[in-house]
Design a protein around this ligand. Structure first.
Ligand code: ATP
Ligand code: MG
Length: 388
């Protein structure tokens, strides 16, 4: 039996004049999410996106991928019928057999947007309901709280039967909310922060600081695998790896130990500014959460922020670790994040990092370390790959 996916749009349905560019972005993102899973026609009519396979495809895989595309409220995997009640009668029992066999209660809901169809919605519901009861006599109808809601949709180009809608990823389509650079480590937090901004439509570029030989190639590989997970939601991501060793060594040699972390974080910001601008990003994103570590107190964040020339989004700022972990499990990054590899932030960490750094003194120390040449050199020597 021929199947398609019917997709209901999310907040984008409300966006007035922007609607068309949002719909276009969503169609593009759906196609990109389905890349390599077969050939599809992706079209839109009556506020519904139709994903019609044009080749042999694995529909479980198709639905799994669609479930991660932002901008979708709900979607239904449906059987395609001709627009007459005979064909609906013919296909409904077989198509719904697996679902109805193990259910106890059901109801049928008909939606008729093509008013030329000879039966009304209540008539369709009644007829199809009766037919299904004949085929599955163990079922009873429950109109208020059915285990399975069978939906028959009579639309302009065809009739469709499905067993209800699945929840979509929500949010708004990636690419409609501007571009921002996520500072990504191998930890739990930054992949979650990336996911959260992608959910609000932001197209991501990723910046990762590596300090070989203190950090290993396997640590970089870990970050790539994390980004691959994030890209299932966010689409393809350009990953820029910055060689950070010389800067860290210089800070360690030249600056007071207690200020090492804060100056290092300011350097991350300065370098990220330059790279973000090159990649058309107008904001930075970090996975910081207030009070989590010494560099994430209000005064430390104020010192870090001062080095950034664009807005810095910290979507996890008010979240507990447990709440962050919950999301990281949902997006399947948690198990990778907890693999034990060094991050540059754990190289040369002072025993007692200052939790209330004073900006003026941090800047004096930073100037004494003469880091500008090394910043330019680091930016010059980045490595770029595309993650998808
Ligand atoms: P995470 O779990 O994301 O590693 P964390 O709690 O370990 O976060 P820190 O190590 O202090 O916190 O880092 C805070 C934020 O700084 C990270 O969420 C990330 O945005 C950024 N960051 C840390 N290390 C790196 C790195 N090596 N490259 C790029 N960004 C980094
Ligand atoms: Mg970290």
């Amino acid at each position: 039996m021929k199947e398609i996916v019917l997709i209901k749009l999310g907040e984008i349905a409300l966006k007035g004049l922007n609607r068309f560019s949002f719909e276009d972005a969503l169609k593009k993102n759906i196609k990109s999410a389905l890349y390599g899973a077969g050939y599809f026609k992706v079209s839109i009519a009556q506020s519904t996106i139709y994903v019609t396979p044009q080749s042999e495809v694995d529909m479980d895989e198709v639905c799994d991928r669609i479930s991660r595309v932002f901008g979708i409220v709900s979607f239904s995997r449906a059987c395609v019928c001709e627009k007459n009640i005979e064909d609906i009668f013919l296909k409904a029992p077989e198509y719904l057999a697996d679902t109805l066999r193990y259910a106890k209660t059901f109801k049928v809901e008909a939606k008729r947007s093509d008013k030329k169809f000879p039966l009304t919605s209540p008539e369709i519901s009644r007829e199809v309901g009766g037919l299904l009861l004949e085929h599955f006599p163990h079922l009873t109808v429950d109109v208020h709280n059915p285990e399975v809601k069978v939906v028959v949709e009579i639309r302009d180009f065809g009739a469709y039967i499905h067993a209800g809608a699945e929840k979509g990823a929500g949010g708004i389509p990636v690419g409609t909310g501007g571009n921002a650079a996520i500072l990504i480590s191998g930890g739990i937090d930054s992949p979650v922060a990336a996911y959260m901004l992608a959910k609000r439509g932001v197209k991501l570029t990723a910046i990762h600081f590596a300090s070989p030989p203190y950090t290993s190639e396997r640590a970089e590989d870990k970050v790539q695998r994390l980004l691959r997970k994030v890209s299932r939601y966010a689409g393809p991501i350009e990953m820029i790896t910055v060689p950070f060793t010389k800067i860290q060594e210089r800070i360690k040699d030249e600056c007071e130990e207690e200020l090492f972390t804060i100056i290092m974080r300011r350097m991350m910001m300065k370098i990220s500014n330059i790279i973000a601008e090159k990649y058309d990003c107008t904001a930075l994103i970090t996975g910081e959460s207030l009070g989590q570590v010494a560099s994430q107190t209000i005064s430390a964040i104020a010192c870090t922020d001062e080095a950034a020339e664009m807005p810095v989004f910290r979507p996890l700022i008010g979240m507990d670790k447990e709440e962050i972990i919950q999301i990281s499990r949902k997006i399947d990054t948690f198990d990778i994040s907890i693999e034990p590899f060094e991050d540059c932030c754990t190289v040369f960490t002072p025993k007692h990092p200052r939790t209330k750094p004073v900006l003026k003194f941090v800047k004096y120390a930073e100037e004494d370390a003469h880091l500008d040449d090394l910043i330019a050199e680091a930016v010059e020597n980045v490595k770029v790959i595309t993650i998808r």
